[in-house]
Design a binder for this molecule. Structure first.
Ligand code: GLC
Length: 682
């Protein structure tokens, strides 16, 4: 990482100093070519920072001694191609929020603007429970109707007399706010924390990272005995999600808001790997707060945010999931705090659009699923998950559903919103139809004809039945089924990947029958998928030649270790969420009880090894924050299942209708519409 990519703050650097530190040909590091695309949704930041567009810069210190709060107005009022509707645009030239900004060799971006147009999606629950028993196509079609939105407002009954704040003292003296949701009207129940929970809260608070005196995230692991932290002393975006949810469920919203805004700033930074710059919307995998001497002085220091977009990461893996998690967390923040103003800010809206632009840009792809390189998600090493891995598809679908709720709809975004809706429909059809396997489907694949040349092909991806692995024939249960790990031409990765399957449930990417089937399978295969420590990251492990060829002989990913069939307790919160959604909290409780037996005694490991998760992982970190936070979040969700409903989605019948209409329009009589009707709609 070079200093050129640092994000910093300073107490003294005036605006002219900032400007002077940039090359005149590329102020703030943007190459002039990037400004050419006037129709680009990326417009607001690139254009706003162009020297000719910048008409005012000023900074002043914020409350904290070390902070600079930048109130930057860098918008050319004549440039409106990125704006929300015109009446609001003027607001972008006034300032609404104080913010700690980067100075030095870093490009600032627009800080805060408040739109006054709000999407009404958030007021419309995506929950359409009343429909969930309707299985016939006709019924659903009629109920959805043309141009009608299923609108069910969920209301939680409140007893105002019970709304007093409930706090508990932790062992470190800090107060834990039990069930305090500032802006939610809900019941609050006094809760006695167990010793393990108290310890977990203490560790979680101990993992908090501050920037300019404000909490902005949690380190990945915080083991004082660890001599080689590598990048585990950084705030990982994906790792912070369970921390954020624990904080939000405990009424601590500030850290989450700061995290969302600071990572948003990092998004607009120029990033280069050698001479190549990845897309502007890319969110970093992680960031670190560093203290660096100010102007060569040994006495004064400034804090800087130092992001890693993959340019330092082992294997230079692309953090595709970061932006998706960011959008998911943004929605959760709004839902759990009631602070929707954050997601309505123009800079936040711009951030969402930049992420979507990266994901929705046309390429050579034939499928609606997102094409990525290996290691672009939680499994951030070579594990044969390049192409269209399930985890990315499920997170992509979830993020699109969030965007559908959050994006402000106006003339400048209506095409994007339409693109989001179309992609959602196409993606759910694709996944439900081609990724789902159960006993029946595997039997179909077993009898597939190959080399079918036509649009009517049954075996569309030309899968050779010999690919069905021996383990699967014995393993697949009469109970339920699952979404396979990956699908490419002539290639099905039949491994069971837990995170992807859980998010398929959470986001309703699968049909309700499929979602139920996944949980049934997990229950039926409990010893394999949960074993002695929830939950296996994937099943089964790659062994022998397969391990050698697919992982590249990775000594960390040996069979039944780490990403290759290791057990990751952080997956517990996502399992809990999925179980609550499907009405199976008992299953989640069983898994939490199992973890609780040893997780604290084992010092909160990152992962466990062996076929049934018996040993603490070979190279596992201890005091792993997302293990701790995942445990706490699971506990709180189980105690407050109604809160969980803010974090998952029910079937969206409007999207289904969209899909059916698209299939109709395609005019291919033998499209799989009829064959797959039950898969799509049930
Ligand atoms: C490992 C994991 C990754 C996680 C990081 C920090 O690299 O594979 O998913 O984000 O550690 O905990």
């Amino acid at each position: 990482m070079t200093t050129g990519s640092y994000i910093g703050i300073s107490t003294m650097k005036p605006c002219c100093r900032i400007l002077g530190s940039y090359k005149s040909s590329s102020l703030f590091g943007f190459s002039p070519t990037k400004f050419k695309d006037s129709s680009s949704i990326m417009g607001i930041m690139t254009k706003s920072c162009h020297p000719k567009s910048c008409h005012r810069h000023r900074y002043h210190t914020c409350n904290s001694d070390t902070q600079i709060v930048g109130y930057i107005s860098v918008i050319n009022p004549n440039r409106r191609d990125f704006s929300v509707s015109d009446p609001n645009w003027g607001l972008s030239r006034s300032f609404s929020t104080r913010f700690c900004v980067n100075i030095g060799s870093i490009r600032p971006r627009v800080l805060s603007m408040i739109p006054n147009v709000a999407s009404d999606f958030r007021n419309q629950s995506t929950s359409v429970d009343s429909h969930s028993n309707d299985t016939s196509f006709e019924k659903i079609y009629i109920q959805s109707g043309l141009n009608t939105k299923p609108l069910v407002i969920q209301k939680i009954e409140t007893d105002q007399s019970e709304l007093e704040e409930v706090t508990e003292e932790t062992s470190d003296g800090s107060n834990i706010n039990i069930h305090s949701f500032k802006d939610l009207s809900d019941n609050k129940v006094k809760k006695e924390l167990s010793e393990i929970e108290k310890e977990a809260w203490k560790l979680l608070h101990g993992a908090v990272v501050t920037y300019c005196g404000n909490p902005v995230g949690t380190v990945a692991a915080n083991d004082p005995a660890e001599k080689q932290p590598l990048n585990y002393d950084q705030v990982f975006l994906r790792d912070f999600v369970p921390s954020a949810l624990a904080f939000l469920l405990n009424g601590e919203g500030e850290i989450v808001k700061n995290f969302l805004l600071h990572t948003l700033q990092l998004q607009s930074w120029e990033k280069t790997v050698d001479c190549y710059s990845p897309g502007q919307g890319l969110m970093p995998a992680s960031f670190k707060v560093r203290s660096v001497p100010l102007d060569g002085s040994n006495e004064a220091f400034e804090e800087i945010l130092d992001p890693d977009f993959g340019e330092s990461a082992i294997g230079r893996v692309a953090p595709v999931d970061s932006g998706l998690w960011w959008i998911i967390l943004l929605r959760a923040y709004g839902k759990l705090t009631g602070d929707y103003a954050l997601q309505e800010r123009v800079d936040v809206q711009t951030g969402i659009r930049l992420i979507l632009k990266l994901c929705l840009t046309d390429g050579f792809d034939m499928f609606p699923s997102l094409l990525v390189t290996d290691g672009s998600c939680m499994i951030d090493r070579r594990m044969g998950i390049h192409g269209h891995p399930l985890e990315i598809q499920a997170l992509f679908y979830s993020a699109l559903r969030c965007a559908r709720e959050i994006l402000i709809v106006n003339d400048s975004t209506k095409n994007l919103v339409a693109a989001v809706n179309n992609r959602l429909s196409a993606l759910s059809f694709h996944m439900r139809e081609y990724y789902w396997v159960d006993m029946k489907k595997i039997n179909e694949i077993y009898r597939y004809k190959t080399e079918e040349y036509s649009t009517d092909a049954v075996n569309k991806f030309n899968i050779y039945p010999e690919q069905i692995p021996a383990w699967l024939v014995d393993w697949i249960s009469d109970e339920g089924g699952y979404f396979i790990g990956n699908l490419q031409p002539a290639h099905m990765d039949f491994r069971f990947f837990t995170l992807g399957n859980l998010w398929t449930i959470v986001s309703s990417l699968g049909t309700s029958k499929q979602n139920q089937g996944i949980l049934n399978l997990i229950e039926a295969k409990w010893d394999d998928l949960v074993g002695q420590m929830p939950l296996k990251i994937c099943y089964p492990a790659l062994e022998g030649e397969e391990w050698r060829i697919i992982t590249g002989s990775d000594p960390k990913n040996t069979p039944w270790s780490y990403h290759n069939g290791g057990s990751w307790p952080t997956l517990l919160w996502q399992f809990t969420l999925a179980c609550i959604k499907m009405g199976r909290p008992d299953l989640a409780q069983k898994a939490v009880d199992l973890a609780e037996k040893r997780i604290s005694a084992d010092r909160w490991p990152e992962y466990y090894d062996t076929r049934n998760g018996k040993f603490i992982g070979k190279q596992s970190r201890l005091m792993q924050t997302w293990t701790i936070a995942g445990f706490l979040t699971s506990k709180m969700l189980l105690e407050n299942p109604e809160k969980a409903s803010f974090l998952f989605w029910e079937e969206d019948f409007e999207l289904l209708q969209n899909c059916v209409c698209m299939l109709n329009k395609s005019g291919r009589r033998k499209c799989s519409r009829f064959a797959s009707r039950s898969q799509i709609l049930v």
